[in-house]
Ligand binder design. Structure first.
Ligand code: RB5
Length: 157
């Protein structure tokens, strides 16, 4: 008999006004699978600044216990730039299932970013699923990620 193993993940999400419906869509999809989501983003189109939303998700993630984070703005660009300025965050701006898989396998990303105003080639939940189903490949990629950590910690100019 086949065994189904359900891995429940804890995920922190934040978004600005440019990605309210994308946030709802991804959050509902995650919760339908039994995952635990902390939603720190706005739920209405009230204007907020994406660096503040990245900071809020970071503060929550830093408390520990999260598997990864999701950051959303209109394009995913601003919020990913903001996130990558925060120590310990490796946020990948993903566009499709390939980049989502690589973000985990090669970069060991702990956050992904997407855009609520972007036309993706597949439903965004499929992109998220690709990230969640991938795992870090290690090996030469671990050496590269270690160099990212050095850059993050300001030890290399
Ligand atoms: C907000 O209008 C928009 O600039 C923001 O959501 C994001 O796309 C920035 O990168």
């Amino acid at each position: 008999m086949d065994r189904v193993i359900l891995v429940v993940m804890r995920i922190v999400m934040a978004n600005d006004h440019g990605a309210v419906s994308l946030k709802m869509e991804l959050k509902s999809w995650l919760e339908a699978q039994g995952h635990l989501v902390t939603n720190l983003g706005v739920d209405t189109e009230e204007r907020v600044d994406y660096p503040d939303m990245a900071r809020a998700a970071y503060a929550e993630y830093e408390k520990g216990g999260y598997d990864f984070g999701i950051l959303l703005c209109g394009t995913g660009i601003g919020i990913s730039i903001a996130a990558n300025k925060l120590r310990g965050i490796r946020c990948a701006l993903v566009h499709d299932e390939f980049t989502a898989t690589m973000a985990r396998e090669h970069n060991d990303a702990n956050f992904i970013a997407m855009g609520g105003r972007v036309a993706y080639p597949v439903p965004p939940a499929k992109i998220l699923a690709a990230f969640m189903n991938a795992s870090f490949a290690g090996g030469r990629h671990a050496e590269r990620v270690a160099k990212l950590v050095e850059l993050d910690q300001g030890r290399k100019a």
